[in-house]
Design a protein around this ligand. Sequence first.
Ligand code: FAD
Length: 526
Amino acid sequence: YFMVILFICVSHLMSTLGNPKSWINSLPTKLQTLNLANKLRDDPVAIKLASTDFGNIVREIPAAVLYPSSISDIASLIKFAHTTSSAPFNIAARGQGHSVRGQAMARNGVVVDMTSLKNQKNGYGIKVSGSPSMGWFADVGGEQLWVDVLHATLEHGLTPVSWTDYLYLTVGGTLSNAGISGQTFRYGPQISNVYEMDVITGKGDFVTCSREKNRELFFAVLGGLGQFGIIVRARIALETAPKRVKWVRMLYNDFSAFTEDQERLISNNGFKQNNALDYLEGLLLLNQGPPDNWRSSFFPLSDHANIISLVTKYGIVYCLEIAKFYDDHTLISMEEELKVLFQGLNFIPGYTFEKDVSYVDFLNRVRSGELKLQSQGLWDVPHPWSNLFVPKSRISDFNSGVFKDIVLKRNITTGPALVYPMNRSKWDDRMSAVIPEEDVFYAIGFLHSSGFNDWEALDAQNKDILKFCYDSGIEVKQYLPNYKTMEEWKSLHFGTIKWRTFEDRKNQFDPKMILSPGQRIFNKVK
Ligand code: FAD
């Protein structure tokens, strides 16, 4: 009896000592010699988090999750995968995991939980620098949330100029896509407002890059879908922060009138630098119940019945949404400027609504809706989202073929449906982000929420919308793109020339195809 007990104890001890983390078995055993072993986890909590995302549709199980306590932890892991390992494993940075198709996952590989750097002394945090003559900027860790960047910069009376609608996203995550919202027409996407970055490339090298220095990496990483390196610091442009926001919505039943007004307001004629709108978006009001949704609660309750009857009458009502920022001393001039801008707009008379809110409340407008859905258990549901860029010359065809036909007839769309234009001149084609060729193009967002059993119908609708575009020759591009094969990426997304650059950059900065396999561009499951 004693011998049996002794045997069990000794074999248990030997297996613990000899193979301190037996779970690493699917990864190269040599990984255990790095100083990272105690920062790698494979317990169910860590694995569950890293194998799910906001989309709640894709599931990929990693071998382990790295919780880095410094930037050099990330560099060591990538360098190891690149150089030491004969069979390199995949690595994906995970910001907030707010992707919708598994883009931040790494099957059988290692997911790097970037948020664990957030409160570490060895991370970059958020530091504001500059001067009135040279301009202001914030050096921000790639793991930081935009909402924290907002609060930290406001302490200095400053703010970034380009935003996303929702602020609980990481800087590294949005810069890997583009980062768009109602400010994009004027300031460009977030990727157009970065001066410099520190990146750990797919070879494990720490590289500082900007438009002047290591520019190939700089342009590759911005909109680069995590393919070339992990952004650990970004230097973000800042300007003086306003205090308040006049926020206005107007309703249209005529799509041409709606888009003509949108295009005029974002054009050079519609705004001179000092007399410009600060934000412009647009959305569809469909027969989905109350006109408000989680993305923003806006319309006065007393007007809901009136708006609903308008939607019932027309099927779709188009809602123009604009904002003008101001301070107490610019209140009067702001109102004058708005009056001029609104002259000649063709919304339905009487259907204009306005709100006056603080700058923070405006930028953080989606948060209250999120918290409400969370409290109802409706935030962590499947999100079969589809985001598209549609060239201006075909937006009317998109309205008749998609909004008026597919969307209206199927009547299954749930959640916000966005439609707003932006100017190509505010983007930089040297960056990896892909947009249509025309000077003005529209961002379309179907931000569906669904039950666990019925997301496929919405996904089928997304596919039919894309098919309609391809069949009708509308040169649509996906934003937050999702393709299954390299051929699709090449022909449907990048096009031959941009693909060549993208592929060359991949060979240069991540030749072993280690990074962000969840995008399904280069990586085979290893
Ligand atoms: P993750 O989902 O964690 O990662 C996205 C990709 O980037 C992955 O491939 C990942 O590997 C890679 N990555 C993550 N961190 C880094 C890093 N530091 N360096 C390099 N690669 C990295 N987008 C907009 O543009 N405008 C919006 O208004 C907007 N609103 C949204 C609202 C909600 C509620 C949600 C859920 C998403 C929204 N998005 C919006 C989309 C969002 O910008 C992207 O999903 C973005 O990728 C999310 O950031 P994340 O930090 O969660 O990234």
